[in-house]
Write a new protein. Structure first.
Length: 441
């Protein structure tokens, strides 16, 4: 424990304080104030309170502090003085110790003698000291990029599917046909959530639905109405339906034969500025190659960040972890809602309590986010990485073009908070790029 006496910010007063490091991220401070410290604060407290009280013979806001003191309840004055003193001297001690608090200190007044003595303790989560490893000698390597003929073929096949001609037929449905259906799933006579649809176009042979569903449509014609009892797979992702028997009431509304265009030069010309199929394939290969290069680069950056954290000492303040858990939970819940699932339903499917899910699934992610963020912040300082006004304006201009006529978004982009967040994001991007440059093999 360190025990020190420092001159306070005003002349003639002394303040004693001690510091104890509870951990790499938490500091406990104790502060002792004497009569001269309290006298200084008292004058400021009285001056503030004097503006609010009414005293006969004086206009409100013009009451002298000497008169105000006689007209203010002593208990109230003591409470206000204590709060002002704690706020002032806690801040001074944080500055003296060169601490960067991550939240408001948790304060406890341990002793108070009016006009003579005040002692209080303050526990605070602080930005920890980050010690980076040798970030210029990380050993990650970018994966080799290779595009196969099969991958090119898959893309072209999707293009053919997108340009296919669909012809209504009166025969029974067969593999490759698009069958438009209404279906309604029930279990023991009760509706099954998410197991119904109207005018749903299902291409037979794509294995879009559970096993047995598409097979049950084979041979069916327009207007056929029938029941299709099926067993859900035992490993089905929605636990309540895993292994369950569900009856589907199905109506076939239309059967269409899907006629794919021939893979020839005419097809290639319809896909873009290509004269031959070989030109189309070459273009697809270029696109896939660029995509894989971007993915490989992103993977390399992730690996470098993992190595940077592993080779460094990066304490993780609990308050930052909690913030990240809240953010992760909000994003995850929102994504579930887009799929028509509540968090409660998801947790039921996973046979998990919310507390277990937060601890096992989200907390590790939150810790990694905090560690990466703190490591990159330290690296940006060591490498003197900054963002110029020109760089910020360029990125803002790009975003404004992206959102076009969205007035609310354009207004939001123009706020100081958004500009600050964007500048921080740019610093992070430049720092990651610097890390990549420093470790290029």
């Amino acid at each position: 424990m360190l025990s020190k006496v420092y001159s306070s910010a005003y002349t003639g007063a002394d303040m004693k304080h001690t510091r104890k490091n509870n951990s790499d991220t938490q500091v406990a401070l104790t502060v002792e104030l004497d009569g001269s410290d309290l006298a200084h604060v008292k004058q400021k407290t009285l001056k503030r309170l004097a503006k609010k009280i009414k005293v006969a013979g004086f206009r409100q806001g013009k009451v002298p502090t000497s008169v105000a003191e006689k007209n203010i309840d002593s208990y109230l004055l003591g409470m206000e003085l204590t709060e002002d003193a704690v706020n002032q001297f806690a801040l001074e001690v944080l500055e003296i110790e060169k601490l960067q608090p991550l939240e408001r200190p948790k304060v406890e007044v341990t002793k108070y003698v009016p006009n003579q003595q005040l002692e209080f303790s303050a526990t605070v989560e602080v930005l920890p000291k980050i010690t980076l490893g040798d970030y210029k000698k990380l050993n990650a390597k970018k994966a080799a990029v290779k595009v196969t003929a099969a991958e090119i073929g898959e893309v072209i096949e999707r293009m053919r599917q997108g340009m296919a001609e669909k012809k209504a037929v009166k025969r029974g449905a067969q593999s490759g046909d698009e069958v438009t259906i209404d279906f309604h799933g029930t279990q023991d006579g009760k509706d099954v959530a998410g197991a119904s649809g109207k005018d749903y176009p299902l291409v037979l042979g794509t294995s879009t639905f559970i096993p047995g569903f598409e097979e049950g449509l084979a041979g069916k014609k327009n207007g056929d109405v029938f029941d299709l009892p099926l067993l859900f797979p035992k490993d089905y992702h929605h636990q309540p339906l895993a292994g369950a028997k569900v009856n589907f009431a199905v109506t076939v509304k239309q059967v269409k034969e899907v006629v794919l265009p021939e893979l020839d030069d005419t097809f290639a010309a319809k896909c873009g500025p290509f004269k031959t199929v070989n030109e189309l394939k070459a273009d697809v290969k270029r696109e896939l190659t660029e995509q894989k290069k971007r993915e490989a680069l992103d993977t390399l950056k992730d690996v470098l960040l993992e190595q940077l954290v592993k080779e460094s000492k990066v304490p993780t303040p609990e308050v930052l972890i909690a913030d990240q858990i809240t953010s992760l939970e909000r994003d995850f819940t929102q994504n579930l809602l887009y799929r028509g699932i509540t968090l409660e339903q998801y947790l039921t499917d996973q046979k998990s309590t919310k507390e277990e899910w937060l601890a096992k699934a989200l907390r590790p992610q939150a810790i990694r986010r905090v560690q990466v963020g703190l490591a990159l912040a330290e690296l940006s300082k060591l490498e003197n990485i900054e963002v110029s006004m020109e760089e910020l304006e360029t990125r803002l201009s790009q975003l404004l073009q992206q959102y076009g006529n969205d007035a609310s978004m354009r207004s939001q982009l123009d706020t100081p908070e958004t500009r600050r967040d964007l500048a921080n994001r740019l610093v992070t991007e430049k720092t990651v790029d610097r890390l990549l440059t420093l470790n290029q093999q």
